[in-house]
Design a protein around this ligand. Structure first.
Ligand SMILES: [Zn+2]
Length: 121
């Protein structure tokens, strides 16, 4: 089965899907039924273009499970996405703070997870 490109990776798709509040203009990730900023009950839902820049980066040496120990050390980043929300994902080992990145959903340690590659400027 090919993952749906408009369904969030958490729900088995191949996309990053974020939400936006039409009342207070707050933008967030992950899906909720109301705005975490003002409580508005009808947030809009959008598919991210997958572009952003690295806000923080760490190299994980002590992995949380046998599956992840097999790929350690591996890089985890926090990314400021172009649409205005921040998310975490696995990443290319050479990435550093400020690098432009693109997200794709990849199979990592047997799971479909967001992975950031360097985006040519
Ligand atoms: Zn709001």
């Amino acid at each position: 089965m090919t993952p749906d490109v408009s369904t969030d990776w958490i729900e088995g798709g191949a996309a990053v899907v974020y939400q936006h509040c039409p009342s207070c203009i707050h933008t967030w990730y992950f899906r909720r039924s109301f705005c975490p900023g003002c409580g508005h009950a009808a947030p809009s839902t959008h598919t991210s273009a997958g572009l952003g820049s690295v806000h923080a980066s760490t190299l994980v040496h002590r992995a949380p499970s046998d599956e992840f120990r097999a790929i350690a050390p591996y890089r985890i980043v926090l990314v400021d996405m172009a649409e205005g929300f921040r998310m975490m994902g696995h990443a290319e080992p050479s990435l550093a703070i400020g690098d432009p990145v693109r997200c794709q959903v990849k199979t990592i340690a047997g799971r479909a997870l967001p992975y950031f590659d360097r985006e040519p400027e």
